[in-house]
Write a protein that binds this ligand. Sequence first.
Ligand SMILES: [Zn+2]
Length: 230
Amino acid sequence: MTDLQETWYPAADLNIPLPPECYGYPAGTRDQNQPIAVVHHIAEGYFSTLTDPGFWLSRGSSVHFAVAKDGRVAQLVAIDNAAWGNGRVQHPTWPLLTPTNPNLYTVSIEHEGFTGDPWPIAQVDASIELTRWVCDVAGIDPSANTIIGHYRIDGVSRANCPGTGWPIDTILYQLQHAQGAIFTPAELATIRRTARHQARLILQEHRRNGTHLTTTQHVAYDATDGRDAG
Ligand SMILES: [Zn+2]
């Protein structure tokens, strides 16, 4: 049993609860997750895909949250339920890893975009605020070993998740040294408008280059291994 004060992010723009087929061991089991860390991912795909329940159902996987390039946040799984995002362990470099399936003690945040993309400031800000909330409700002390990239758990097939665009230094600095949001609401509104434009340009470039075709590559997640490791 977990003892979290809240399990749904009050500031989420979208709540899209995935069906019981998408979390827990066995599937549909609630209240198994006792988070000690937050795992950041890059989607190799779009927010529209990440917020489509059919996509996750077809993959047999899931994450707790998705953060768009323009700063929108969607929640898909309550954080006291075990989403299937980090179950495959290969060449790990995370010292807090135990023999237990990591899906039972982590919260997964997926981010729209492709590995190596620059992260628009609106996305960084939204991810920081979301990560801060998870840390607050789960009693996690933010550090380099509690806010981790997926590659720390799977250093083989997820070596580039979240990749070189991941602004972990900024994220950790804000979590450790700043109390509130980075920006005022008015500043954030301007930033989000700019970010939407920036996001469109990045995504257009992927379409031009044909590199947008890899949406399903990353999110061929870890459910099978995770279930076995339960
Ligand atoms: Zn990942």
